[in-house]
Design a protein around this ligand. Structure first.
Ligand code: DQA
Length: 143
């Protein structure tokens, strides 16, 4: 079963970006964690990150066409991108929205995600472990 783990803007800077908020795990570590978890679970996991919204939209369109499952951290786009939300609405497989930090305990503009209403479920505030948990959920849901 194909799962895309898609990450939005600034997440490529994990490890150096506000470590007090996002932790010390680097983006390379996150990719390795998702790939290793995917191997353990028998999932075909592809991990990507972009700072360009049109690129994320293209990946979501491809995932929709394939009927693939998606783990998505839309990062700042979560809070205002109706284009990302609309692309998520087209997905036919399950969508797990992940946030490393607890967006509800942070600045007010982060409290609302326009993506959440079209996600299957949301994990936030559990650090990068949220990605591992999302993949475990998808494996049991799809298996
Ligand atoms: C984030 C939370 C967002 O508010 C922020 O813009 C991010 C990362 C998280 O993973 O905690 O870039 O999605």
């Amino acid at each position: 079963m194909r799962v895309y783990v898609l990450n939005g803007p600034n997440l490529g800077r994990l490890g150096t970006r506000e470590p007090e908020v996002y932790g010390a795990t680097t983006y390379a570590d996150l990719v390795a964690l998702c790939e290793a978890t995917g191997r353990d679970l028998g999932l075909d996991v592809t991990v990507r990150q972009t700072d360009a919204e049109h690129e994320l939209l293209g990946w979501l369109h491809a995932a929709a066409a394939e009927g693939a499952a998606v783990v998505l951290n839309p990062a700042a786009w979560s809070h205002y991108s109706y284009a990302v939300r609309d692309a998520c609405s087209m997905l036919r497989g399950p969508l797990v929205e992940v946030h490393i930090s607890n967006i509800h305990a942070r600045e007010e503009f982060r409290h609302h995600s326009v993506v959440s209403a079209v996600a299957t479920g949301v994990i936030c505030g559990l650090g990068v472990d949220g990605y591992r948990l999302a993949l475990h959920h998808l494996a049991s849901r799809l298996g």
